[in-house]
Design a binder for this molecule. Structure first.
Ligand code: ATP
Ligand code: RIB
Length: 312
């Protein structure tokens, strides 16, 4: 079982040729809304990528909040349709989280109103992890309160679960939080904020990776956008996984697709090595980049195999 603790947002994505300057109004080329939130996207990635292979949906349980409003109702339904177990998602008296996504060419900019996501409590975590075992995984991001993430990671560690942290959006983290993380997956910006090192070339990537190891994290994956990912298991393996060539339509959720794919294939399925799981994640993320939307752009396992049929 993979437990995802995180955010559920209504994404309002607006595509413009040029972002407006201060005081300027521009007319958008398109405006769409859909299921987003880093937590929701990563849970959907696990469900979509795990579902088609066996014909059954994988067990992914979401821990989170939506508002008692129409958006909350719709997003909850979408999550369930994608195959995510929403038993531990509560409807609360705050507005559902909302993200305004502006897309211009290959760039996106995102503003998030946390709303219901900011009210997740320790008892939500306790209730959800009540039956969790050492065979299970906890996956977190930082779009819900940091003290709840720290609490959940500590609890998961005490159960013996595998813990994965995507430290997005980046915040300074307390030192002791790192000790409860098995796999950390930051992007370039997050790496710079957390380690003070801008991972622009292999020397700086290795230096940043070493910092994360020194913080106490055994497995590190720095995602590098169109340049792929730098990975290390802290022992025998340090490698660069190149990104797959693709036509970029919308990069929103690329990182989430990567993280969900990695959480599914390593360590949950256990059939892939760490490097193979990162290669699979790179392929899934490339497909998501070639499509519009956040959760809607995430491919199935069969789609990944169809586009990248070479063995891993
Ligand atoms: P986002 O916030 O846009 O969801 P992110 O900043 O969290 O993404 P990135 O490092 O930009 O994460 O991208 C995650 C992964 O997605 C990369 O490691 C890469 O495998 C894939 N990816 C991203 N951009 C591209 C691209 N232009 N072409 C191919 N693959 C890409
Ligand atoms: O990572 C992409 C996500 O970030 C979007 O879906 C948006 O909701 C924000 O949380």
């Amino acid at each position: 079982m993979i437990y995802v603790l995180g955010s559920i947002n209504k994404d309002i994505s607006v595509e413009v040729e040029q972002l407006p300057k201060k005081g300027e109004t521009v007319i958008a080329d398109s405006c769409e809304s859909g299921l987003g939130g880093k937590g929701a996207n990563q849970a959907v990635a696990i469900a979509r990528l795990g579902g088609d292979r066996s014909g059954r949906k994988p067990a992914v349980k979401f821990i989170g909040h939506v508002g008692k409003d129409l958006a909350g109702e719709e997003l909850l339904q979408k999550l369930a349709e994608f195959g995510v177990d929403t038993e531990f998602v509560s409807k609360v008296n705050r507005p559902t989280g909302t993200a305004i996504v502006t897309i211009s060419g290959k760039d996106n900019r995102i503003m998030v109103y946390s709303g219901a996501n900011s009210g997740i409590t320790k008892s939500d975590v306790d209730e959800a992890l009540n039956y969790a075992t050492e065979n299970d995984t906890l996956l977190c991001q930082l779009e819900v309160p940091l003290y709840i993430v720290a609490y959940a990671l500590r609890k998961a560690r005490s159960i013996g679960m595998t813990t994965i942290l995507n430290p997005a959006p980046a915040k300074t983290l307390p030192d002791d939080l790192y000790y409860n993380v098995d796999i950390i997956v930051p992007n370039e910006t997050e790496t710079k904020i957390l380690t003070g090192i801008n991972p622009t070339d292999s020397a700086s990537q290795n230096a940043a990776i070493e910092k994360f190891h020194a913080f106490g994290v055994p497995y590190v994956v720095i995602t590098l956008g169109a340049r792929g990912a730098a990975i290390s298991d802290g022992a025998r393996l340090a490698a660069h996984i190149p990104a797959c060539k693709t036509s970029v339509v919308d990069t929103t959720g690329a990182g989430d697709t990567f993280v969900g794919a990695l959480a599914l294939t390593y360590p949950h399925i256990g059939m892939y090595s760490f490097k193979e799981a990162c290669t699979f994640a790179t392929r899934a993320a490339a497909l998501s980049v070639s499509r519009r939307g956040a959760s809607e752009s995430i491919p199935t396992f069969d789609e990944v195999c169809k586009f990248y049929c070479k063995d891993i």
